[in-house]
Design a protein around this ligand. Structure first.
Ligand code: PGA
Length: 248
């Protein structure tokens, strides 16, 4: 069965105000009708904007996601956001283990695994982010690093759970240095093989992320194991984001 494509926009800690966030969401929703039926769209705004972005998206076909979640369901955890809260404001997905969370906030493979399981418990589809640093690639350890991230991130998770995996080489994130289509395909094929060993035949979507733009999207998205894109910087412009979706 052909896998659907998923184009996800990770807004990170942008834009700076509610008005801008609502405007961006409305522009994405407004252009979504022109995107082919086999492509799903997902926007991932900062937590304070989720409810208003959901409203701006309306009943259309753009899914909503959170950028992070707590491993806990509720309680005395100041500053944290629970998966159930994300779900209750209309989110369907949540990023787990984005490289910025791993690098800047010290998230380990074990913690990321707990977050993936918490997301599933709370009725969200986790988007598990994996990827190597430049030093790890140059040392020839890309596959080993990615395997350890999959091992930790997917511990105790069944193949049918609907997890999405995003391969995002750290050296390509926000740098303008996109992976070549061959580098992306090699990593995605490795991940698909790893998942197949764990789960057997699997329909798991594997997204590429790292400096995806309208002008490099088509080549990346035409690789056989690239099922979509996790877009950072270029998702802050509705036209650019929709152009990436149109290229898939
Ligand atoms: P970028 O970010 O597209 O700005 O490189 C991708 C990401 O971090 O998800």
């Amino acid at each position: 069965m052909a896998r659907r494509k998923l184009i996800a926009g990770n807004w990170k800690m942008n834009p700076g105000s509610l008005d801008e966030a609502v405007g961006l969401a409305a522009a994405v929703a407004g252009g979504a009708a022109s995107i082919g039926e086999s492509v799903d769209l997902l926007v991932i705004p900062p937590a304070p904007f989720l409810g208003a972005v959901k409203q701006a998206l309306g009943a259309g076909r753009v899914w909503l996601g959170g950028q992070n979640l707590s491993t806990e369901s509720r309680g005395a955890f100041t500053g944290e956001v629970a998966g159930a809260m994300l779900r209750s404001v209309g989110a369907s997905h949540v990023l787990c283990g984005h490289s910025e969370r791993r690098q800047l906030f010290g998230e380990s493979n074990e913690l990321v695994g707990k977050k993936v399981r918490a997301a599933l418990r709370d009725g969200l589809l986790p988007v598990l982010c994996v990827g190597e640093t430049l030093a790890e690639r140059e040392a020839g350890t890309t596959n080993a690093v990615v395997a350890a991230q999959l091992e930790g991130g997917l511990e105790g998770v069944a193949g049918e759970a609907g997890v999405v995996v995003a391969y995002e080489p750290v050296w390509a994130i926000g740098t303008g240095k996109v992976a070549t289509p061959e580098q992306a395909q090699d990593a995605h094929a490795f991940i698909r093989g790893w998942l197949a060993e764990r789960w057997g035949e699997t329909a798991t979507l594997i997204l590429y992320g790292g400096s995806v733009k309208a002008d490099n999207a088509r080549e990346l998205l035409s690789q056989p194991d690239v099922d979509g894109a996790l877009v950072g910087g270029a998702s802050l412009d509705a036209k650019g984001f929709l152009a990436i979706a149109a290229a898939s």
